[in-house]
Design a protein around this ligand. Sequence first.
Ligand SMILES: NC(=O)c1ccc[n+]([C@@H]2O[C@H](COP(=O)([O-])OP(=O)(O)OC[C@H]3O[C@@H](n4cnc5c(N)ncnc54)[C@H](O)[C@@H]3O)[C@@H](O)[C@H]2O)c1
Length: 331
Amino acid sequence: MKLLVTGGLGFIGSNFIRQAIDDDSFSKIVNIDALRYGSDPRNLKDLRENRRYEFVKGDIADSGFVKKQLRGIDAVVNFAAESHVDRSIASPAPFVRSNIIGAYNVLEAVRRNGVSMFVQVSTDEVYGSAKAGESFDEESRLNPSNPYAATKASAEALAMSYYKTYGTKTIVTRCSNNFGPYQFPEKLIPKAIIRALKGMKIPIYGKGEQSRSWIYVLDHVEALKRVLLKGRPGEVYNIAAWNELTNLDLVDKVLSIMGKDRGLVENVEDRPGHDKRYSIDASKIRQELGWKPRHGFDVALRETVDWYLGNRSWWGRLATKSALHEAPWKL
Ligand SMILES: NC(=O)c1ccc[n+]([C@@H]2O[C@H](COP(=O)([O-])OP(=O)(O)OC[C@H]3O[C@@H](n4cnc5c(N)ncnc54)[C@H](O)[C@@H]3O)[C@@H](O)[C@H]2O)c1
C-alpha cells in the first residue's frame, strides 16, 4: 500500500512514520508537511536515505498541490493541522485554513483519485468538557469549546459527509492528550521539563484542577495503524489509555522524576474557555480492533523526561521565549 501522511514532521505524525516505515503493509510512505512552527525536519532525519520514504514540502490548504500529490496513493492519514489551543484563541484564522480548508482539499483529492482509505486524526476536545464521572463515547454530542476544537469537529463532519454522500472510505479517530518524544516545547509536559531544567517557574492555568487523560504517543500511533488497516469505513474510534490526572498532579509527577522542588509551580490566569475535564470511553477500539495501550504511564513519563534531558540540542532551537511563554494566547 502506498500511504500518504500529512503533517508527518510534527510530533505525532513523525512518531507514526517512524513506526510504520518498517511495516510491510506499506510499500512507500509519502510525507507532506508545510514545515510550520510545530514541525522539525530533524524529527525524521534518520529516514532521509530510506527508499520507502519521501518528503514533499507543501501546504494542504493549496488544492492544486494536494491534487498532484494524491495521484497513485492508496491511503491517507491526515495529521496536518494547527494544533495548539492557545494559539487558536490568539488567532483562529490559520486554524480554519489548515484544519478545515486543508482537510477539505485532502478529502476532495481522495475522492477524485479513488484513494481507498482516508483517516482523519481528531481529538477528544471535540466533545468539550465532561462532568465528574462522565465519559464520552463515539455517539456523544460534539460540543467544542475553543476555535481549535471547533475546526477539528468541522473536519470530522466533512470526512463523515464524504462517506455518506460519495461513499469515500473515511474513518475518524478521537484521541486524548499525547505525550512523548518530539513534542513541541509549548505543550505542558515538555514545557514543564524545560522550564524546570532552566530553573524557571512552571505556569499552571488557574488552580491546575483541569484534568486530562494522557496517552503515550507510541500507543496512539499503534492504534492509528490498526484503524487504518482494520477499521470500518464510516466509523469513529475513540483512543485513550485512561491515565487521568489534573494538570497540577501531572506537573508534580514531572518535578518528582526530575528531583525538582514543587515550589517551581506558579498559578497563572486561566485560559479563556478552558475545559475542566476531558474523558472518553475507548472500549470500541479495544473490542472491535483488539487494540490496547502497551506502555504504562509512569514508565513512559520517565522515558519522556529522559528523552528531553538527552536531546537538549533538539529542543534548544525550538524552546524560544514564545514557546515557553506562560500564556501563549496573549502573545
Ligand atoms: N497532540 C495531541 O495531544 C493530540 C491529541 C489528539 C489529536 N491530535 C491531532 O493529531 C494531529 C497531529 O498533532 P501534533 O500534536 O503532532 O501537532 P504538531 O503541531 O506537532 O504537528 C502538526 C504538523 O502539521 C503540519 N501542518 C500544519 N498545517 C499544515 C498545512 N496547512 N499543510 C501541511 N502541513 C501542515 C505542521 O507543520 C506540523 O508538522 C493534529 O491533527 C491534532 O489535531 C493531537
